[in-house]
Ligand binder design. Structure first.
Ligand SMILES: *Cc1c(COP(=O)(O)O)cnc(C)c1O
Length: 365
């Protein structure tokens, strides 16, 4: 049995008629970029996540860039983020002309903490960019307290955590702005690239709307230098169909994780992900640690049995060639990179596949 690390097909199969009807309707509408279909989806996301504004953009990367630019982050500023994330979290900081600084992670959650963020702050720090890695939230109450004390803006990278609650609210509604991704493998995955900025701040939302559209809010009038970063109406139409199901899919991910926990919990060579300390964990990835230098051999053994797995992340961002000159030191992130392995995780994968993955992993060890 071949088991890929991710497979979006069951979601498509379950909603096929609705998705195809939405696509056909959109094709006939003649309005393919922004417009009423995107506005309707923006409103639905804002309602779903309980925030005042949602602004659709091209990608999660652009959501980060535009949120940072709208918050006034630019040349001379520093923004503190995680080294244990997809490259785009730091790249966005560089693309607005600022410099990333890297806060080491907590060894259990793989997330930055208010304490590690604070340790990386300098007098030039203008903002914090916590990443809710693998679908588990950074402790935002503590991050907000730090931001208030030091007068910093907070942009949440929610690319891996759409629909995760923390306390009474959703991630992405806890900082000054949240940046979401609808890349096909994300918890709310589209059929191409797409992203969204969420915020409660009216002025910030207005700036994001300007920036995604060449700094313009009416034809032939440009008040800022902006970007071309509009959300396609086709993505909005298809995501609108998927949105009501994302909570159920996230619960299914939690059930799959609980089964993995049960099947692997007594295995001394494997460290299962921790039970969420701050709100819920929606398992964008189910990521275990395999120590003693055995990780790569285990991955190969799984591969030979047809079981997909991925190393998120094999190189921490601060060790990427482009950031090596910053000479950041994050030993906990570095160790994590040598031990982590993400296992197959997708709604619809079913008990049999979960058991097969666990059995093969035990055999490989
Ligand atoms: C996927 C991802 C992004 C970028 O999103 P795109 O839509 O691919 O541009 C940013 N940060 C994290 C943590 C991600 O996982």
């Amino acid at each position: 049995m071949q088991i890929p690390i991710y497979n979006p097909r069951p979601q498509y199969d379950a909603l096929r008629e609705e998705l195809e009807a939405a696509a056909t309707q959109l094709l006939a509408s003649g309005a393919y970029v922004l417009g009423p279909t995107v506005e309707r989806f923006e409103q639905a996301v804002a309602e779903h996540l309980g925030c005042r504004h949602a602004i659709g953009v091209n990608s999660g990367t652009d959501a980060l860039i535009i949120a940072l630019a709208a918050a006034g982050v630019g040349p001379g500023d520093e923004v503190v983020t995680s080294p244990f994330t997809f490259f785009a979290s730091a790249e966005a900081i560089s693309l607005v002309g600022a410099t990333p600084r890297f806060a080491d992670i907590d060894p259990e959650t793989f997330n930055v903490t208010a304490a590690t963020l604070e340790a990386a702050c300098t007098p030039r720090t203008k903002g914090l960019l916590p990443v809710h890695i693998f679908g588990q939230g950074v402790d935002m109450e503590a991050v907000r307290a730090l931001a208030e004390q030091r007068q910093l803006v907070v942009i949440e990278d929610v690319a891996q955590a759409f629909g995760a609650r923390q306390g009474e609210r959703y991630l992405g509604a806890l900082g000054d702005a949240g940046a979401h991704s609808f890349y096909p493998t994300k918890n709310l995955g589209g059929f191409g690239d797409g992203g969204m900025i969420t915020t409660d701040d009216d002025a910030l939302a207005e700036k994001c709307r300007l920036l995604r559209l060449h700094g313009s809010n009416r034809r032939d009038h440009h008040s800022m230098i902006g970007y071309n970063s509009r959300l396609d109406a086709m993505q909005a139409a298809l995501l609108q169909v998927k949105l009501p199901h994302v909570a159920g899919w996230n619960r299914e991910r939690q059930a799959i994780a609980a089964t993995y926990d049960q099947l692997l919990g007594d295995c001394p060579a494997v460290t299962c992900p921790p039970v969420a300390a701050h709100g819920e964990h929606i398992y964008h990835q189910y990521t275990v640690r395999i120590g003693n230098g055995a990780r790569d051999a285990v991955q190969q053994a799984l591969q030979s049995q047809g079981i997909g797995s991925m190393i998120y992340y094999s190189v921490p961002v601060h060790r990427q060639p482009v950031y090596a000159a910053l000479q950041a030191s994050c030993p906990i992130a570095e160790q994590a990179c040598s031990e982590v392995l993400s296992l197959p995780m997708w709604p619809g994968m079913g008990q049999e596949r979960i058991a097969q993955v666990a059995e093969s992993l035990r055999a490989a060890l």
